[in-house]
Design a protein around this ligand. Structure first.
Ligand SMILES: NC(=O)c1ccc[n+]([C@@H]2O[C@H](COP(=O)([O-])OP(=O)(O)OC[C@H]3O[C@@H](n4cnc5c(N)ncnc54)[C@H](O)[C@@H]3O)[C@@H](O)[C@H]2O)c1
Ligand SMILES: [Mg+2]
Length: 304
């Protein structure tokens, strides 16, 4: 029975990835999918937070604005998902009974599908890729928005992303978290850094940890990955690693070792510390890969 379920699952994945691939390439199929699809609305790259309603009449009766939607993928309910930046048309906020809010703020409210995260990166890529970097001529998008083609040289451009190595370092009993000056009060996160050209994930992790805290890591194990819209469009590869308990002295003032009790307590904190509150640890929210790595580490501590 479970073998049968697996077969069904893989067949569905194959089937829907086939649909999405063909929809990416087929302008007509994409326009048809748009009719029943779900659209995440943005205004100057800020997402609209609202209860889901399908009321697109205010997006222009001729459908001209709708055609600017970009295909993101397929939901778990097999519904095509699109995103659209309504640009100057801020009056839409009224019509849709919601609020366009900054994605960094919205991020702390999101607790479900990650589509808005990918959407912002895709929409920004379209807004900043209107011209061919070789000929200077305009580029034209396909209906799905999965590529742009130079009208003069026919060079095809695809959405770009930077690879980021992310790691939760442990000395066996404690985990190492750091903070940047731009972080909100009390927020500590896992260490991370952009991969350099030609570097493997493992090399990037070792270099970043050495540069940021002066420690040598070992036993790297891969956990999971996540697309991330900040600062532009990144692909985060999350790992765990350990350091020898004899060499845990960190050189960075803003990196600290935390015990499992401190982390467990911080995972319960739902709101950021306010001005005047006693100093307390605040962790990245649930949708962040950093949060997943921290939870995995706590689970491992509980098992040992
Ligand atoms: N999703 C998560 O849970 C999670 C966890 C950790 C970090 N992050 C994100 O990872 C990103 C990178 O982390 P970091 O800031 O520690 O990186 P980092 O330590 O490499 O420092 C950033 C600096 O690297 C340079 N840089 C090199 N290549 C770059 C590129 N392709 N794009 C932009 N800058 C580049 C810039 O000078 C930049 O200021 C940040 O955007 C951060 O928000 C996400
Ligand atoms: Mg870093």
């Amino acid at each position: 029975n479970s073998f049968f379920c697996h077969c069904l699952f893989y067949r569905d994945i194959y089937y829907f990835s086939y649909i999405i691939t063909s929809t990416h390439e087929d302008d007509e199929a994409c326009a048809a999918a748009l009719k029943d699809g779900r659209i995440f609305l943005f205004h100057h790259l800020s997402p609209l937070l609202q209860l889901w309603t399908r009321n697109y009449s205010s997006l222009g009766s001729d459908g001209s604005l709708l055609k600017e939607s970009v295909l993101i993928g397929c939901s778990e309910q097999n519904q095509a998902q699109f995103c659209l930046d309504v640009g100057k048309n801020a009056a839409l906020e009224e019509n849709f009974k919601g609020n366009f809010i900054d994605l960094r703020k919205a991020f702390f409210l999101l607790d479900g599908p990650e589509a808005p995260l990918v959407s912002q990166a895709l929409l920004r890529w379209h807004q900043t890729s209107r011209f061919c970097s070789a000929t200077g001529q305009p580029t034209q998008r396909n209906q799905a928005g999965s590529q742009r083609v130079c009208s003069s040289s026919s060079t095809i451009y695809y959405p770009k992303m930077s690879t980021v190595a992310v790691v939760l370092v442990s000395d066996g009993k404690r985990c190492l978290l750091g903070r940047q000056s731009s972080f909100p009060r009390g927020l500590y996160s896992v260490l991370a850094g952009f991969c350099d050209m030609g570097e493997t994930l493992e090399e990037a992790l070792c270099r970043e940890v050495a540069e940021e805290v002066g420690l040598e890591i070992q036993s790297i194990s891969y956990s999971s990955s996540q697309h991330w819209p900040f600062p532009h469009s990144s692909f985060m590869l999350g790992c765990h690693a350990s350091v020898s308990p004899a060499h845990t002295q960190v050189k960075l003032e803003d990196a600290r070792w935390f015990t499992v009790e401190e982390i467990t307590h911080a995972l319960q904190v739902k709101t950021p510390p306010r001005r005047g509150d006693p100093p307390s640890l605040w962790l990245p929210p649930k949708p962040a890969l950093a949060n997943r790595l921290i939870r995995e580490w706590v689970e491992r501590q509980d098992r040992t």
